[in-house]
Ligand binder design. Structure first.
Ligand code: GN1
Ligand code: MG
Length: 343
């Protein structure tokens, strides 16, 4: 399907009159095709779904439609731009072989990196508040969007499979990365132990910093976005991806290897926010598991980037052929730096 041939059908499904020239590519997500649409006074985000990644998009709409139903119980202190409902009553629209959805656009600043520990605190506070809001709902009603999405054991096994089946020679830098990530099997053991001790909560599961919208002055969080992977999970997932994307001196696409380190003051701000917000709600075990979360989410992201590189870059969008290899190396540097903290 050429980029906008879906437009007439989409207009019918939402009762819009959008023209091609109102639709512009937007954002830096790795998964869907995202566009911004300006329609008079109103602005929207339009997404063409990546159905290779989300093989069961109806599970996402199930979760989103539940969140819409329970919105009043959530009581969130920021915006939560769930997709709007089409004329058929659904949050997801099928147009021939593709899926689309439309959400309200929230104006503000989307950061790839954070400069101040105080902003790290705000980011963690927002994601922790979202977990707390989910406490008012029955987590059992929500379904797993991608099976084993953040299951470290499964992702380790997928890496083994990728190594086994790849056409790329395991030598030089590739071998260094393969050896490194295989040697992190010890984290899989720790993961299994933590899982046995922690409650399941409704978590965001993709808390990277560019999934928040800040106010222009960066003094408040206006919205939590990228709501695809909201599903049952562990508190350490959400803390961990914040560590990975906020408490690091370089973003995940940086190849400035010697500059990739943990920023301890930002790390401490993230940690403090989870403690402050979770007080009296998160169990002591959950609070104890947070440090593990940083390592686990960095490791799992490294497993996934490296597997994707070995599989021929079929999952994440890339700008050049080695990008997933480089992203995996970036995660390796960060993980080494986190391990050195001995938290
Ligand atoms: C993807 O969609 P985006 O870019 O926010 C991925 C996350 C990874 C992240 C790495 C559904 O997130 O799990 O941590 O890339 N989302 C999915 O940058 O796989
Ligand atoms: Mg995103």
């Amino acid at each position: 399907m050429n980029t906008f041939s879906f437009l007439p059908e989409l207009n019918r499904l939402y009762d819009f009159n959008w023209r091609h020239d109102q639709i512009i590519p937007f954002g830096s997500g790795h998964i869907h095709h995202t566009y911004k649409v300006i329609d008079g006074q109103d602005t929207y985000i339009l997404q063409r779904f990546n159905k290779d990644v989300f093989k069961n998009p109806e599970i996402i709409s199930h979760n989103h439609e539940l969140l819409i139903k329970y919105m009043d119980y959530l009581n969130l202190p920021f915006r939560f731009p769930l997709p709007i409902v089409n004329v058929l009553g659904f949050t997801l629209s099928a147009v021939r072989e593709d899926f689309f959805r439309i959400s309200p656009f929230v104006a503000g600043v989307c950061l790839e990196e954070i400069s101040e520990p105080s902003q790290a605190y705000l980011a963690a506070k927002a994601f922790a508040e979202l977990i707390l809001a989910g406490n008012n709902l029955n987590v059992q009603e929500f379904k797993e969007v991608i099976p084993g999405f953040l299951d470290l054991e499964l992702r380790f096994n997928q890496l083994l499979e990728a190594i086994d089946q790849t056409k790329i020679p395991i030598e030089g830098e590739v071998k260094t990365l393969v050896d490194f990530f295989l040697s992190r099997e010890y984290l899989v053991g720790e993961y299994k132990t933590w899982k046995g001790k922690l409650p399941i909560r409704l978590t965001h599961n993709d808390t990277k910093i560019n999934n928040l919208i800040f106010s222009e002055d960066l003094k408040s969080v206006k919205a939590v976005i990228d709501l695809d992977t909201i599903m049952p999970g562990y508190v350490f997932n959400d803390f961990g991806d914040l560590v990975r994307t906020v408490a690091c001196t370089q973003g995940e696409n940086s190849t400035d290897w010697s500059e990739i380190n943990v920023d301890k003051s930002k790390y401490d701000s993230l940690h403090q926010a989870f403690i402050d917000v979770g007080q009296g709600i998160f169990t002591q075990e959950e609070l104890n598991s947070l440090h593990f979360g940083g390592k686990m989410m960095t490791c799992i992201t490294g497993f996934r980037f490296l597997s994707d590189y070995l599989n021929g870059n079929i999952y994440y969008q890339i700008k050049y052929g080695e990008q997933n290899l480089h992203r995996a190396k970036n995660q390796m540097m960060l993980l080494k730096s986190l391990e050195k903290l001995e938290l």
